[in-house]
Design a protein around this ligand. Structure first.
Ligand code: CA
Length: 234
């Protein structure tokens, strides 16, 4: 699978180092390139040189605040902006949207939620092709799967999968609740290769369960449909 998003550069303007770090981490996992500015002045210095493809902007910032930065930016560029605000900053949030921010998240927010919002805004503004159906990221309650980076996050921690384990999981997760027979899975994940023991699927499902399930012996996500095959239950 080819990454489509690698060239998308996101500037994260956030003065809380731990928040900046976790947001950057999730965005990188989702395949974006990330730069961080720790205050409004630093952000402006970066933006004077080059406008990125996307900006995640904390409203309360030292030096130059998020609203002033938004106003300054909108005179120069229509780069998509998602504002990060605290609950009490509702007035500022409205002002920010009126000034041309594209969306906002309220602290505390889930980093995966932010990634989904970024993607939605990118799609809406035509910067990311919506047609990449077969390569879209999948976000479920406990699992996040990104085909562009082949990253999988389970209950907020990233897990390592082999290439085939990833392909198998991605195929099942792309069609939640749909039952696949072993032959279909062999064909679509191992397709084309010479004879492969159908037991291979069983082995890979077992390994995936060990990595994904809270209790691999009574799986709740990678379900065996007796006599038929397997399905993914989100
Ligand atoms: Ca802040």
């Amino acid at each position: 699978m080819i990454s489509r998003m690698n060239e998308i550069q996101i500037l994260v303007v956030e003065d809380e180092p731990s928040l900046a770090e976790v947001v950057s981490l999730y965005l990188k996992r989702a395949g974006y390139q990330v730069q961080v500015a720790a205050d409004g002045k630093q952000a402006m210095t970066i933006l004077e040189k080059q406008i990125p493809d996307f900006i995640i902007l904390d409203l309360m910032l030292p030096e130059i605040d998020g609203l002033s930065l938004t106003r300054w930016l909108r005179d120069r560029s229509n780069v998509p902006i998602i504002m990060v605000t605290a609950r009490r900053e509702e007035i500022d949030r409205i002002a920010g949207l009126e000034m041309g921010a594209d969306d906002y998240v309220v602290k505390p927010f889930s980093p995966q939620e932010l990634v989904s919002r970024v993607r939605a805004v990118l799609r809406r503004t035509g910067r990311e092709q919506a047609g990449a159906e077969s390569e879209r990221d999948l976000t479920f309650e406990d699992i996040f799967i990104s085909p562009s980076t082949r990253a999988v996050t389970v209950r907020e921690s990233s897990i390592e999968l082999t290439a085939k384990e990833f392909d198998l999981l991605y195929l099942l997760a792309r069609h939640p609740k749909q039952v696949f027979t072993r032959d279909q899975l062999l064909d679509r994940v191992w397709g084309g290769a010479e004879y492969i023991d159908p037991g291979t699927v069983t082995v890979h499902i077992r390994r995936l369960r060990e990595k994904l399930e809270l209790d691999p012996s009574s799986p709740t996500q990678l379900i065996t449909v007796w006599g038929v095959g397997y399905k993914f239950e989100p």
